[in-house]
Design a protein. Structure first.
Length: 108
């Protein structure tokens, strides 16, 4: 008796695929209005880029809509270096690194 092959190849289940690596782990520190909007002074991240870390933070604080609005006005330091106008997807994060989230300060 001949066996037949399935008409469509069987795709492996998602659990059989390799998991995506989360990226380096570090700390996000929130200052002033960012701290108030996040409801915490700092929290861990696991991300390869600043964009990934901030997207994850927005998801974590989705129940706090002011958080996302505050982030739009913030500047960022990554391991002490200003990010400035660089695209956040190009700012690489390092293991044990620190992201400082700095809202505009009055008088400064």
């Amino acid at each position: 008796m001949a066996t037949t092959q399935p008409a469509h190849p069987v795709k492996p289940a998602l659990s059989d695929e390799l998991p995506e690596q989360p990226g380096p782990a570090g700390t996000i520190r929130y200052w002033a209005a960012a701290k108030a909007a996040a409801g915490t002074a700092e929290e861990p991240f696991a991300a390869r880029t600043l964009a990934e870390a901030l997207d994850a933070a927005r998801r974590r604080h989705a129940e706090r809509p002011e958080f996302a609005r505050v982030l739009l006005r913030c500047s960022f330091l990554v391991d002490g270096d200003p990010v400035g106008t660089r695209d956040h997807t190009t700012v690489q994060l390092a293991e044990g690194g620190t992201v400082e989230v700095l809202p505009p300060f009055a008088g400064g």
